[in-house]
Unconditional design. Structure first.
Lengths: 391, 174
């Protein structure tokens, strides 16, 4: 069985990130350097201590730089080191530390940098345009398809299947944009109401402007270390105890969009590896992927943190608030902090790391969180990536 | 951000700075052209669209009729076995009213898009297409609505997904 025979325990020992903004002056290399230098400094490490580097970045089409992994390499501290770029669309940010885990758990390296970067702003007239090229060339692109279509089609199907209202879904946008007020890197932090979301511009019904996260530039890094090295470096290692990911086909019109089975499979893989039997009870805090507000609910169900069709009720009842029973996206998520695709997933890993160490300041959740989860999702409604972490 | 870290890197370029031309930049346009082979399965599918028919492929192991067709069954991981003509009617699986084009610019008239589960194929075998002859009003359309393909006139068909102009509600559905 996949993932059940771990070789060595792996810890996260440092994290760093840049501001997330619509348009940054720094190049992708410079952003990568800033986030990585911060992570190294926070762990008391230098580049000489690093054995290998894993890079995560989403479509090359945003930057207009092919061989993006190779282009970013020096900013990511990877010259002369074993280096790989991994890519599973929007799932990349959480997949990057999973790939780092292979490096360390296998014994291949003792210290592995995991760097995620995204610079979406170079593409004109709008970063959305890059997504056109992910659709089937023959059957879908001639129809004028946009990425927003598949989100709105999925959201509508999800609402229909479980009788969920737009107003209930909007509470997620209100929560996450509000949580982001306390995140120093956030792009779209604001105090809004359900009415604000409901009255915002209809972009692709049922998706409205405030249901959606913004395109951004940014970078985020974590450092993984073997148990032996981690214990020398810090009294507060955060253990990366479970990883999981699976993909479905690109035939997205051939599956029921109401439930992300591929996320469930990824989660079950990560839970099994981490020895988690009842995620609803054992996961204290979760950074669930929220490029759209309904996605947070959809993914909570796939992650087994809510029954099918029941996540909206949990959101409305305040269970997922920072002071709730199961805080979800205490960072502010993609909706509030911003969505530089791969970096946004890594931001979630950073958030759980800081939360489990009690370093999240104003964002620190009320409960004593010991076990956390970060999840991302992407491509054509087809990939789930999950990391389970413990203090 | 950790409370142990007091400053965080990054310099935002503001909209104001862009407007005033205070940012040094380099603009380049790339115009690659691609000519894709439609493939074994989809080439045949397109030929039949030109004939005004929708076809699928059947896997005799799992008995599924796959639309769009493929030459291999991804579940059984074996070659599919035969071509099957399915209907040009179907059921709306989900729909949306789009106000944006592919480049995120706003459309003058909203567009209704849908996943249509095709009659005669296995349950849940849907394709993406447009919906017309309906008001672009979410409450005038419903999941489960029966729809039918509206074809281009024969002489205008090119062997493309757009040989189906759009789907429309079957009589009595609106």
């Amino acid at each position: 069985m996949v993932g059940t025979r771990m070789k060595r325990r792996v810890a996260i020992v440092g994290a760093g990130m840049t501001l997330f903004r619509r348009r940054m002056l720094e190049t992708g290399k410079e952003l990568s350097f800033e986030a990585t230098k911060m992570a190294l400094d926070s762990a008391g490490l230098t580049l000489n201590d690093v054995d290998s580097v894993v890079s995560g970045s989403a479509p090359d089409a945003f930057d207009g730089v092919h061989m993006k992994g190779e282009y970013l390499l020096d900013g990511m501290g990877a010259i002369g080191k074993p280096y790989q770029r991994v890519y599973v669309g929007g799932g990349t940010g959480v997949f990057t530390p999973a790939a780092g885990w292979w490096n360390v758990a296998s014994g291949f390296s003792d210290v592995c940098l995991c760097v995620a970067e995204e610079k979406m702003s170079p593409l004109h007239p709008h970063p959305q345009y890059a997504f056109w090229s992910i659709f089937d060339q023959i059957l879908e692109r001639p129809l004028g398809v946009t990425l927003l279509w598949i989100f709105s089609l999925e959201m509508r199907r999800y609402m229909h299947k479980y009788g969920i209202k737009e107003e209930e879904i909007a509470t997620v946008a209100v929560k996450n944009k509000g949580n982001a007020i306390d995140h120093p890197c956030s792009q779209l932090a604001s105090k809004i109401t359900v009415d604000d979301v409901m009255n915002s511009e209809p972009i692709c019904w049922p998706v409205k402007r405030l249901d959606v996260s913004p395109p951004s530039d940014g970078a985020a890094t974590v450092i993984l270390a073997s148990e032996k090295v981690a214990k020398k470096l810090t009294d507060q290692p955060v253990w990366l105890d479970g990883i999981g990911w699976t993909l479905d086909s690109t035939h997205w019109t051939n599956r029921d969009l109401a439930y992300p089975e591929y996320v469930e499979k990824a989660a079950r893989m990560a839970y099994k590896m981490a020895g988690i039997k009842n995620p609803r009870k054992e996961i204290d805090i979760a950074e669930v992927y929220d490029p759209f507000d309904y996605k947070e609910l959809h993914h909570m169900e796939g992650l087994q943190l809510a029954g099918k069709g029941e996540a909206a009720k949990m959101a409305v009842e305040g269970i997922t608030q920072r002071d709730g029973e199961l805080p979800v996206c205490p960072s502010g998520g993609l909706l509030g902090v911003g969505n530089p695709i791969a970096a946004a997933g890594m931001m979630k890993i950073c958030e759980i790391f800081w939360q489990l160490r009690g370093e999240a300041g104003k964002r620190q959740v009320k409960k004593d969180a010991r076990t956390g989860l970060a999840q991302a999702w992407g491509d054509l409604m087809q990939v789930g990536t999950v990391c389970v972490m413990r203090s | 951000m950790s409370n142990k870290i007091v400053s965080y890197p990054g310099r935002e370029i503001t909209i104001e700075e862009v407007r005033k031309g205070k940012v040094l930049e380099s603009i380049q346009r790339v115009e690659p052209r691609y000519n894709w082979a439609a493939g074994v399965a989809i080439s045949r599918f397109l030929v039949e669209l030109k004939n005004g028919k929708i076809i699928g492929r059947k896997c005799s192991q799992c008995q599924r009729i796959l639309v769009p067709p493929r030459m291999y069954c991804e579940q059984c991981y074996r070659p599919t076995d035969e071509w099957v003509e399915v209907n040009d009617t179907g059921t709306i699986n989900t729909y949306s009213v789009s106000h944006v084009a592919a480049d995120a610019s706003r459309l003058k008239e909203p567009l209704v898009v849908a996943v249509v589960d095709i009659d005669g194929a296995s349950p849940g075998m849907g394709i993406l297409h447009l919906l017309e002859e309906v008001e672009p009003d979410p409450v005038k359309i419903h999941i489960g609505m029966k729809v039918k393909a509206v074809w281009k006139p024969k002489e205008e068909r090119q062997g493309a997904i757009t040989d189906i102009k759009y789907f429309r509600p079957l009589r009595g559905e609106n």
